[in-house]
Design a protein around this ligand. Structure first.
Ligand SMILES: NC(=O)c1ccc[n+]([C@@H]2O[C@H](COP(=O)([O-])OP(=O)(O)OC[C@H]3O[C@@H](n4cnc5c(N)ncnc54)[C@H](O)[C@@H]3O)[C@@H](O)[C@H]2O)c1
Length: 346
């Protein structure tokens, strides 16, 4: 087991919790799971088998079975949270304010003093969730993109009361799991990634509603242009180059009036039943019903894109800064000093 191995309690192991469990196991951490669903062991077992196949494709079936068998299922939450060896307690339960506020107030009473509490919430800030806690600095939002065992981003969003050393330690933990934590310094609705994504979705729905273009063609536009560019460059680096040698300043000065005019014409559609029906029908016509194979395909192809993106990221860093080298494993890349996935191999 890796020397930086942590003991982690995952509360709620549905879509997101099971995916975190796969990642933590792959990086040599010990995983305890508490979930109220009756079939939690069967569900998590099947999910982990699939996810670990993608995450550690070189692992033999028998070694993967041993890894999956290491998960400890807990029956009583308060007993589980009182385990003195826990470093992290993570909630991936329902997106419900009352549930999360009650959960943390109760957990705080029994959890070891050093343990940090993290929430995968998409919308409920740490300040709101920690309302009934004695020490709200112990709770930090660590918002992933689905599925967190594949997509590297983790938005780290502490509340109004924060302990910078705890935030930094959490950032280091996620870096050690080959994630890319981004410190969101002010709590903002939807954090960052979803704010950006939902704006694109809003304009996409507006264009479909206005009959400018079909849902399928919007997907084509994104995957044949912006999507490719954005896995290499974000909007700032990308438009910095868009301005030629004059950089972003020239780009925004030169094209500013045109950009402003497009912003003014952007749509603000209501999510009316008619619009939902139109968008859903067009999407169904293009792709049919959602099938299990689509998830397998999405995850496999995402890994391929990630391999290319990791190489690009390394080249960017070399070009811009002198940074720490990366070590490339056959399937997962880890930063020097991070926990190695090999250490998780039984
Ligand atoms: N699904 C996404 O795309 C996504 C992305 C980022 C963040 N999130 C956040 O992750 C969290 C979980 O979302 P999800 O999509 O995995 O939901 P989900 O419904 O798939 O899973 C929730 C799990 O919590 C369990 N649960 C319910 N009540 C519980 C309780 N009292 N104690 C313990 N477990 C309980 C359920 O049995 C279920 O297994 C939410 O806060 C959500 O905002 C979701």
């Amino acid at each position: 087991m890796a020397d930086k191995s942590k003991n982690i309690l995952i509360i709620g192991a549905g879509t997101i919790g099971a995916s975190w469990a796969a990642l933590f196991l792959a990086f040599g951490h010990s995983v305890h799971i508490y979930d109220i669903r009756k079939d939690v062991q069967d569900f998590v077992h099947d999910e982990l088998q699939l996810m670990l196949k993608t995450l550690l494709p070189e692992l033999s079936d028998s070694r993967r079975n041993v890894l999956v068998g290491r998960v400890m299922y807990e029956l009583r939450l308060e007993e589980a949270a009182a385990n003195p060896t826990l470093s992290l307690i993570q909630d991936n339960g329902p997106e419900n304010i009352e549930y999360k506020q009650t959960l943390w107030a109760n957990i705080e009473k029994v959890a070891p003093k050093e343990a940090t509490f993290i929430s995968s919430t998409s919308t409920i800030t740490a300040t709101i969730q920690s309302k009934f806690m004695q020490d709200p600095t112990r709770l930090i939002v660590a918002h992933p993109f689905n599925p967190p065992h594949l997509l590297p981003l983790v938005e780290i969003v502490p509340g109004e009361h924060r302990d910078e050393s705890r935030v930094e330690a959490l950032m280091d933990f996620f870096k050690g799991c080959d994630r890319e934590p981004v410190y969101v310094r002010k709590e903002t609705e939807g954090f960052i990634g979803n704010r950006l994504a939902f704006l694109l979705l809003r304009e996409s729905l507006h264009l479909v509603e206005q009959g400018v273009v079909s849902a399928e063609d919007i997907d084509k536009v994104v995957t044949s242009s912006l999507g490719i560019r954005w896995s290499i460059d974000g909007p700032f680096r990308s438009y910095h180059m868009g301005g030629g040698r004059g950089g972003l300043k020239h780009f925004l000065t030169h094209l500013g009036p045109a950009i402003g005019s497009v912003w003014k014409s952007a749509g603000t559609p209501d999510l009316s039943p008619e619009l939902i029906e139109t968008a859903a029908n067009q999407t169904h016509e293009a792709y049919g019903s959602v099938k299990d194979e689509m998830f397998e395909q999405r995850d496999r192809l995402t890994r391929e894109v990630l391999k290319m993106r990791d190489e690009t990221r390394r080249e960017h860093e070399e070009l811009t800064h002198d940074t720490k080298p990366f070590i490339f494993c056959t399937s997962i890349k880890v930063r020097e000093g991070g926990t190695s996935p090999e250490s998780a191999y039984p």
